[in-house]
Design a protein around this ligand. Structure first.
Ligand code: B12
Length: 318
Protein backbone atom coordinates (compact mmCIF):
# COMPACT_ATOMS: atom_id res chain seq x y z
CA UNK A 1 0.00 0.00 0.00
CA UNK A 2 1.32 3.45 -0.90
CA UNK A 3 1.99 6.03 1.79
CA UNK A 4 1.99 9.75 1.17
CA UNK A 5 3.78 12.71 2.77
CA UNK A 6 1.71 15.78 3.84
CA UNK A 7 3.14 17.55 0.75
CA UNK A 8 1.91 14.81 -1.59
CA UNK A 9 -1.50 14.78 0.16
CA UNK A 10 -1.71 18.55 -0.22
CA UNK A 11 -0.93 18.38 -3.95
CA UNK A 12 -3.51 15.64 -4.50
CA UNK A 13 -6.22 17.52 -2.56
CA UNK A 14 -5.26 20.95 -3.89
CA UNK A 15 -4.91 22.45 -0.45
CA UNK A 16 -1.94 23.92 1.41
CA UNK A 17 0.56 21.57 3.10
CA UNK A 18 0.07 23.47 6.36
CA UNK A 19 -3.67 22.65 6.28
CA UNK A 20 -2.92 18.94 5.79
CA UNK A 21 -0.43 18.93 8.67
CA UNK A 22 -3.04 20.65 10.87
CA UNK A 23 -5.73 18.11 9.93
CA UNK A 24 -3.35 15.24 10.65
CA UNK A 25 -2.42 16.73 14.02
CA UNK A 26 -6.11 17.08 14.77
CA UNK A 27 -6.56 13.39 14.07
CA UNK A 28 -8.88 13.78 11.09
CA UNK A 29 -7.33 10.63 9.58
CA UNK A 30 -4.77 8.19 11.11
CA UNK A 31 -1.14 9.28 10.79
CA UNK A 32 1.79 6.90 10.43
CA UNK A 33 5.33 7.92 11.30
CA UNK A 34 8.53 6.99 9.48
CA UNK A 35 11.57 5.90 11.48
CA UNK A 36 12.61 9.54 11.19
CA UNK A 37 9.29 10.63 12.72
CA UNK A 38 7.90 12.07 9.48
CA UNK A 39 4.14 11.96 9.02
CA UNK A 40 2.81 9.54 6.42
CA UNK A 41 -0.79 8.89 5.30
CA UNK A 42 -1.99 5.60 3.88
CA UNK A 43 -3.76 5.45 0.53
CA UNK A 44 -6.93 4.44 2.37
CA UNK A 45 -6.78 7.48 4.65
CA UNK A 46 -6.07 9.72 1.66
CA UNK A 47 -9.25 8.42 0.00
CA UNK A 48 -11.11 8.99 3.27
CA UNK A 49 -9.90 12.59 3.44
CA UNK A 50 -10.84 13.15 -0.20
CA UNK A 51 -14.35 11.82 0.46
CA UNK A 52 -14.62 13.97 3.57
CA UNK A 53 -13.74 17.07 1.55
CA UNK A 54 -16.23 16.12 -1.14
CA UNK A 55 -19.07 15.51 1.31
CA UNK A 56 -18.42 18.65 3.31
CA UNK A 57 -17.85 20.90 0.30
CA UNK A 58 -14.11 21.23 0.86
CA UNK A 59 -14.17 21.60 4.62
CA UNK A 60 -12.69 18.77 6.70
CA UNK A 61 -14.50 17.46 9.73
CA UNK A 62 -13.33 20.17 12.06
CA UNK A 63 -15.04 22.59 14.41
CA UNK A 64 -14.94 26.30 13.47
CA UNK A 65 -14.49 27.43 17.05
CA UNK A 66 -10.77 27.44 17.90
CA UNK A 67 -10.11 25.42 20.98
CA UNK A 68 -13.50 23.76 20.68
CA UNK A 69 -13.02 20.39 19.07
CA UNK A 70 -9.41 20.11 20.05
CA UNK A 71 -8.91 16.35 19.74
CA UNK A 72 -9.59 14.60 23.02
CA UNK A 73 -9.84 17.97 24.78
CA UNK A 74 -6.28 18.80 23.65
CA UNK A 75 -5.01 15.44 24.84
CA UNK A 76 -3.74 14.50 21.32
CA UNK A 77 -5.45 12.89 18.32
CA UNK A 78 -8.42 10.58 18.67
CA UNK A 79 -8.31 7.45 16.47
CA UNK A 80 -11.27 8.18 14.15
CA UNK A 81 -13.60 5.31 13.27
CA UNK A 82 -15.48 5.32 9.96
CA UNK A 83 -18.98 6.90 10.15
CA UNK A 84 -17.99 8.42 13.49
CA UNK A 85 -19.71 11.79 13.21
CA UNK A 86 -17.62 13.32 15.96
CA UNK A 87 -14.19 12.78 14.44
CA UNK A 88 -12.62 15.32 16.77
CA UNK A 89 -14.69 14.43 19.79
CA UNK A 90 -17.52 16.96 19.37
CA UNK A 91 -20.42 17.05 16.91
CA UNK A 92 -19.22 19.03 13.90
CA UNK A 93 -21.67 21.71 12.66
CA UNK A 94 -20.09 21.57 9.22
CA UNK A 95 -20.34 17.81 8.75
CA UNK A 96 -23.85 17.48 7.46
CA UNK A 97 -24.24 21.09 6.28
CA UNK A 98 -25.65 21.38 2.75
CA UNK A 99 -23.56 24.27 1.35
CA UNK A 100 -25.14 23.90 -2.07
CA UNK A 101 -28.56 24.70 -0.63
CA UNK A 102 -27.42 26.99 2.22
CA UNK A 103 -24.24 28.73 0.97
CA UNK A 104 -24.21 31.01 4.05
CA UNK A 105 -23.07 27.99 6.06
CA UNK A 106 -24.01 26.80 9.55
CA UNK A 107 -24.83 29.21 12.40
CA UNK A 108 -21.27 28.98 13.71
CA UNK A 109 -19.90 30.20 10.39
CA UNK A 110 -22.69 32.76 9.99
CA UNK A 111 -21.77 34.20 13.38
CA UNK A 112 -18.19 34.69 12.22
CA UNK A 113 -19.30 36.05 8.85
CA UNK A 114 -21.69 38.58 10.44
CA UNK A 115 -18.97 39.62 12.87
CA UNK A 116 -16.58 40.11 9.99
CA UNK A 117 -19.07 42.25 8.06
CA UNK A 118 -19.68 44.48 11.08
CA UNK A 119 -15.94 44.85 11.78
CA UNK A 120 -15.30 45.65 8.10
CA UNK A 121 -18.00 48.32 8.07
CA UNK A 122 -16.44 49.90 11.18
CA UNK A 123 -12.92 49.67 9.75
CA UNK A 124 -11.73 47.31 12.50
CA UNK A 125 -8.92 45.73 10.48
CA UNK A 126 -7.41 43.63 13.29
CA UNK A 127 -10.78 42.02 14.11
CA UNK A 128 -11.25 41.16 10.42
CA UNK A 129 -7.79 39.57 10.31
CA UNK A 130 -8.47 37.55 13.47
CA UNK A 131 -11.73 36.22 12.06
CA UNK A 132 -10.09 35.15 8.82
CA UNK A 133 -7.28 33.54 10.82
CA UNK A 134 -9.85 31.56 12.82
CA UNK A 135 -11.34 30.05 9.67
CA UNK A 136 -7.94 29.28 8.14
CA UNK A 137 -6.76 27.82 11.46
CA UNK A 138 -9.72 25.46 11.47
CA UNK A 139 -8.81 24.10 8.07
CA UNK A 140 -10.60 26.32 5.55
CA UNK A 141 -8.53 26.88 2.41
CA UNK A 142 -7.28 30.48 2.44
CA UNK A 143 -9.20 31.61 -0.66
CA UNK A 144 -12.36 29.93 0.62
CA UNK A 145 -12.06 31.71 3.96
CA UNK A 146 -11.70 35.09 2.20
CA UNK A 147 -14.58 34.27 -0.14
CA UNK A 148 -16.88 33.19 2.69
CA UNK A 149 -16.07 36.31 4.74
CA UNK A 150 -15.01 39.15 2.42
CA UNK A 151 -17.19 38.48 -0.63
CA UNK A 152 -20.23 38.02 1.59
CA UNK A 153 -19.34 41.16 3.54
CA UNK A 154 -18.78 43.29 0.41
CA UNK A 155 -22.13 42.18 -0.97
CA UNK A 156 -23.77 43.22 2.31
CA UNK A 157 -21.99 46.57 2.26
CA UNK A 158 -23.14 47.08 -1.33
CA UNK A 159 -26.74 46.67 -0.24
CA UNK A 160 -26.17 49.12 2.65
CA UNK A 161 -24.64 51.60 0.18
CA UNK A 162 -27.64 51.21 -2.08
CA UNK A 163 -29.97 51.88 0.90
CA UNK A 164 -27.89 54.92 1.87
CA UNK A 165 -26.93 53.22 5.14
CA UNK A 166 -23.19 53.37 4.44
CA UNK A 167 -20.88 56.24 3.54
CA UNK A 168 -18.60 55.97 0.50
CA UNK A 169 -15.46 56.27 2.66
CA UNK A 170 -16.58 53.15 4.58
CA UNK A 171 -16.78 51.23 1.30
CA UNK A 172 -13.35 52.43 0.23
CA UNK A 173 -11.89 51.59 3.65
CA UNK A 174 -13.46 48.15 3.49
CA UNK A 175 -11.85 47.55 0.08
CA UNK A 176 -8.48 48.55 1.54
CA UNK A 177 -8.84 46.17 4.48
CA UNK A 178 -9.82 43.23 2.25
CA UNK A 179 -6.90 43.94 -0.10
CA UNK A 180 -4.48 43.97 2.87
CA UNK A 181 -6.04 40.77 4.23
CA UNK A 182 -5.50 38.96 0.92
CA UNK A 183 -1.88 40.18 0.71
CA UNK A 184 -1.25 39.04 4.27
CA UNK A 185 -2.73 35.57 3.67
CA UNK A 186 -0.95 35.25 0.33
CA UNK A 187 2.39 35.75 2.05
CA UNK A 188 1.67 32.63 4.12
CA UNK A 189 1.23 30.45 1.06
CA UNK A 190 4.16 28.42 -0.24
CA UNK A 191 5.70 30.19 -3.27
CA UNK A 192 4.93 28.09 -6.32
CA UNK A 193 8.18 28.36 -8.29
CA UNK A 194 7.38 25.60 -10.77
CA UNK A 195 3.59 26.00 -11.04
CA UNK A 196 1.90 26.97 -14.32
CA UNK A 197 1.66 30.70 -15.02
CA UNK A 198 -1.57 32.69 -14.94
CA UNK A 199 -2.11 36.44 -15.33
CA UNK A 200 -5.28 38.48 -15.28
CA UNK A 201 -7.11 41.70 -14.49
CA UNK A 202 -10.09 43.84 -15.43
CA UNK A 203 -10.92 45.65 -18.66
CA UNK A 204 -11.09 49.37 -19.41
CA UNK A 205 -13.57 51.27 -17.20
CA UNK A 206 -13.79 48.42 -14.63
CA UNK A 207 -12.23 49.59 -11.33
CA UNK A 208 -13.04 46.50 -9.20
CA UNK A 209 -9.78 45.39 -7.55
CA UNK A 210 -11.02 42.68 -5.13
CA UNK A 211 -12.38 40.03 -7.54
CA UNK A 212 -9.22 39.82 -9.65
CA UNK A 213 -7.05 39.85 -6.48
CA UNK A 214 -9.13 36.97 -5.07
CA UNK A 215 -8.65 34.97 -8.28
CA UNK A 216 -4.87 35.51 -7.93
CA UNK A 217 -5.00 34.30 -4.31
CA UNK A 218 -7.07 31.22 -5.18
CA UNK A 219 -4.69 30.23 -8.00
CA UNK A 220 -1.59 30.79 -5.86
CA UNK A 221 -3.11 28.53 -3.21
CA UNK A 222 -3.46 25.83 -5.92
CA UNK A 223 0.24 26.05 -6.73
CA UNK A 224 0.05 28.41 -9.73
CA UNK A 225 2.38 31.34 -10.40
CA UNK A 226 -0.52 33.78 -10.59
CA UNK A 227 -0.34 37.56 -10.97
CA UNK A 228 -3.21 40.07 -11.09
CA UNK A 229 -2.17 42.95 -13.34
CA UNK A 230 -4.88 45.13 -11.74
CA UNK A 231 -7.79 47.15 -13.10
CA UNK A 232 -8.91 49.28 -16.04
CA UNK A 233 -6.58 47.60 -18.56
CA UNK A 234 -6.98 48.15 -22.31
CA UNK A 235 -6.91 45.01 -24.46
CA UNK A 236 -3.49 45.99 -25.83
CA UNK A 237 -2.09 45.68 -22.28
CA UNK A 238 -3.36 42.10 -21.99
CA UNK A 239 -1.82 41.25 -25.38
CA UNK A 240 1.57 42.68 -24.33
CA UNK A 241 1.45 40.83 -21.00
CA UNK A 242 0.63 37.55 -22.73
CA UNK A 243 3.68 38.02 -24.99
CA UNK A 244 5.89 38.57 -21.91
CA UNK A 245 4.50 35.90 -19.55
CA UNK A 246 3.28 33.29 -22.08
CA UNK A 247 0.73 32.21 -19.48
CA UNK A 248 -1.21 28.93 -19.39
CA UNK A 249 -4.25 30.99 -18.34
CA UNK A 250 -5.32 34.60 -18.91
CA UNK A 251 -8.25 35.57 -16.65
CA UNK A 252 -10.53 38.52 -17.19
CA UNK A 253 -12.71 39.62 -14.27
CA UNK A 254 -15.81 41.44 -15.46
CA UNK A 255 -17.61 43.50 -12.80
CA UNK A 256 -18.51 46.65 -14.70
CA UNK A 257 -18.97 47.07 -18.46
CA UNK A 258 -18.50 50.69 -19.60
CA UNK A 259 -19.64 50.06 -23.19
CA UNK A 260 -20.74 46.54 -24.18
CA UNK A 261 -20.20 46.94 -27.94
CA UNK A 262 -16.56 48.07 -27.62
CA UNK A 263 -15.92 45.46 -24.95
CA UNK A 264 -17.20 42.66 -27.20
CA UNK A 265 -15.15 43.97 -30.15
CA UNK A 266 -11.97 44.40 -28.07
CA UNK A 267 -12.39 41.09 -26.25
CA UNK A 268 -12.82 39.06 -29.43
CA UNK A 269 -9.87 40.85 -31.02
CA UNK A 270 -7.83 39.76 -27.98
CA UNK A 271 -9.02 36.16 -28.34
CA UNK A 272 -7.99 36.22 -31.99
CA UNK A 273 -4.37 37.26 -31.33
CA UNK A 274 -3.28 35.36 -28.22
CA UNK A 275 -1.62 31.93 -28.68
CA UNK A 276 -3.88 28.90 -28.35
CA UNK A 277 -1.71 27.59 -25.49
CA UNK A 278 -3.22 30.38 -23.39
CA UNK A 279 -6.70 29.58 -22.10
CA UNK A 280 -8.98 32.64 -21.61
CA UNK A 281 -10.94 32.34 -18.38
CA UNK A 282 -13.75 34.76 -17.51
CA UNK A 283 -15.84 35.38 -14.39
CA UNK A 284 -17.51 38.16 -12.45
CA UNK A 285 -20.87 39.71 -11.84
CA UNK A 286 -20.93 41.28 -15.34
CA UNK A 287 -20.17 38.00 -17.16
CA UNK A 288 -23.90 37.48 -17.57
CA UNK A 289 -25.81 34.79 -19.49
CA UNK A 290 -26.64 37.48 -22.06
CA UNK A 291 -23.07 38.71 -22.54
CA UNK A 292 -21.10 35.43 -22.53
CA UNK A 293 -22.38 34.06 -25.88
CA UNK A 294 -21.01 37.24 -27.52
CA UNK A 295 -17.46 36.67 -26.21
CA UNK A 296 -14.78 34.23 -27.47
CA UNK A 297 -13.26 32.62 -24.36
CA UNK A 298 -12.12 29.18 -23.20
CA UNK A 299 -13.89 28.81 -19.87
CA UNK A 300 -16.25 30.62 -17.51
CA UNK A 301 -16.25 30.01 -13.75
CA UNK A 302 -19.05 31.39 -11.62
CA UNK A 303 -17.33 30.58 -8.31
CA UNK A 304 -13.90 30.15 -6.76
CA UNK A 305 -14.72 26.49 -6.12
CA UNK A 306 -15.15 25.92 -9.84
CA UNK A 307 -11.98 27.89 -10.46
CA UNK A 308 -10.10 25.61 -8.04
CA UNK A 309 -11.36 22.53 -9.85
CA UNK A 310 -10.32 23.92 -13.24
CA UNK A 311 -6.92 25.02 -11.88
CA UNK A 312 -6.23 21.50 -10.54
CA UNK A 313 -7.26 19.88 -13.81
CA UNK A 314 -5.09 22.19 -15.92
CA UNK A 315 -2.21 21.62 -13.50
CA UNK A 316 -2.64 17.85 -13.77
CA UNK A 317 -2.70 17.80 -17.60
CA UNK A 318 0.48 19.84 -18.03
C1 B12 B 1 -16.55 48.01 -3.72
C2 B12 B 1 -17.55 48.37 -4.82
C3 B12 B 1 -17.22 49.37 -5.74
C4 B12 B 1 -15.87 50.03 -5.78
C5 B12 B 1 -14.69 49.07 -6.06
C6 B12 B 1 -13.42 49.67 -5.46
C7 B12 B 1 -12.27 48.70 -5.46
N1 B12 B 1 -11.18 49.19 -4.94
O1 B12 B 1 -12.34 47.57 -5.87
C8 B12 B 1 -16.01 51.08 -6.91
C9 B12 B 1 -15.80 52.45 -6.30
C10 B12 B 1 -15.07 50.93 -8.11
C11 B12 B 1 -17.44 50.89 -7.34
C12 B12 B 1 -17.97 51.68 -8.33
C13 B12 B 1 -19.25 51.55 -8.80
N2 B12 B 1 -20.19 50.74 -8.36
CO1 B12 B 1 -19.80 49.36 -7.09
N3 B12 B 1 -19.69 48.13 -5.77
C14 B12 B 1 -18.80 47.71 -4.90
C15 B12 B 1 -19.27 46.56 -3.99
C16 B12 B 1 -19.71 47.14 -2.68
C17 B12 B 1 -18.27 45.41 -3.72
C18 B12 B 1 -17.63 44.82 -5.00
C19 B12 B 1 -16.62 43.76 -4.58
O2 B12 B 1 -15.43 43.97 -4.54
N4 B12 B 1 -17.16 42.58 -4.18
C20 B12 B 1 -16.31 41.51 -3.66
C21 B12 B 1 -15.89 40.59 -4.80
C22 B12 B 1 -14.80 39.62 -4.35
O3 B12 B 1 -17.06 39.82 -5.10
P1 B12 B 1 -17.63 39.66 -6.59
O4 B12 B 1 -17.40 40.88 -7.39
O5 B12 B 1 -19.00 39.16 -6.45
O6 B12 B 1 -16.68 38.51 -7.22
C23 B12 B 1 -16.93 37.16 -6.97
C24 B12 B 1 -17.44 36.43 -8.20
O7 B12 B 1 -18.07 37.28 -9.12
C25 B12 B 1 -16.24 35.74 -8.78
N5 B12 B 1 -15.44 36.44 -9.78
C26 B12 B 1 -15.32 37.75 -10.03
N6 B12 B 1 -14.45 37.97 -11.03
C27 B12 B 1 -14.01 36.74 -11.42
C28 B12 B 1 -13.09 36.35 -12.42
C29 B12 B 1 -12.82 34.99 -12.57
C30 B12 B 1 -11.81 34.56 -13.63
C31 B12 B 1 -13.46 34.01 -11.76
C32 B12 B 1 -13.15 32.55 -11.94
C33 B12 B 1 -14.39 34.39 -10.78
C34 B12 B 1 -14.63 35.76 -10.62
O8 B12 B 1 -15.42 35.47 -7.67
C35 B12 B 1 -15.56 36.50 -6.68
C36 B12 B 1 -15.50 35.84 -5.35
O9 B12 B 1 -16.55 34.93 -5.14
C37 B12 B 1 -20.48 46.03 -4.85
C38 B12 B 1 -21.49 45.20 -4.05
C39 B12 B 1 -21.50 43.71 -4.50
N7 B12 B 1 -22.64 43.14 -4.46
O10 B12 B 1 -20.50 43.15 -4.90
C40 B12 B 1 -20.99 47.33 -5.45
C41 B12 B 1 -21.83 47.33 -6.82
C42 B12 B 1 -21.29 46.17 -7.65
N8 B12 B 1 -21.54 48.61 -7.40
C43 B12 B 1 -22.56 49.08 -7.98
C44 B12 B 1 -22.58 50.28 -8.74
C45 B12 B 1 -23.91 50.74 -9.30
C46 B12 B 1 -21.40 51.02 -8.95
C47 B12 B 1 -21.24 52.26 -9.84
C48 B12 B 1 -21.88 52.17 -11.21
C49 B12 B 1 -21.78 53.44 -9.02
C50 B12 B 1 -21.71 54.75 -9.76
N9 B12 B 1 -22.81 55.18 -10.14
O11 B12 B 1 -20.67 55.28 -9.95
C51 B12 B 1 -19.71 52.39 -9.98
C52 B12 B 1 -19.16 51.75 -11.29
C53 B12 B 1 -17.65 51.94 -11.30
C54 B12 B 1 -16.88 51.33 -12.40
N10 B12 B 1 -16.78 51.99 -13.48
O12 B12 B 1 -16.28 50.28 -12.22
C55 B12 B 1 -23.78 48.19 -7.84
C56 B12 B 1 -24.06 47.42 -9.15
C57 B12 B 1 -25.55 47.33 -9.38
C58 B12 B 1 -25.83 46.55 -10.65
N11 B12 B 1 -27.02 46.14 -10.76
O13 B12 B 1 -25.00 46.24 -11.45
C59 B12 B 1 -23.36 47.27 -6.61
C60 B12 B 1 -24.00 45.85 -6.67
C61 B12 B 1 -23.80 48.00 -5.34
C62 B12 B 1 -25.32 48.00 -5.17
N12 B12 B 1 -25.79 47.14 -4.36
O14 B12 B 1 -25.96 48.72 -5.77
N13 B12 B 1 -18.04 49.92 -6.68
Amino acid sequence: MNHFSPKEVAQRLGVSESSVKRWLDQGVVPVLRTAGGHRRVSEESLDDLLNQLKTTAGYPRLSVHPGEGEPNGGRGPVAPTRNDSSVVGVPDPLLSWDFARHPEGPPALKEISDGFTEALLLGREEVCFQMADRLVASGFPVATAVDLLATTAMHCLGKRWELGEMAIYQERRACGIVKDLMQRLKQRLPVAKSGPVAIGGTTEGDFYELPTALVELALCERGWQALSLGCNLPVSAFVAAVVEYRPRVLWISLSHIKDEESLVADFNQLAAVIPKETAILIGGRAATDALRPRLRYTSHCDSLRNLAGLADTLMAVR
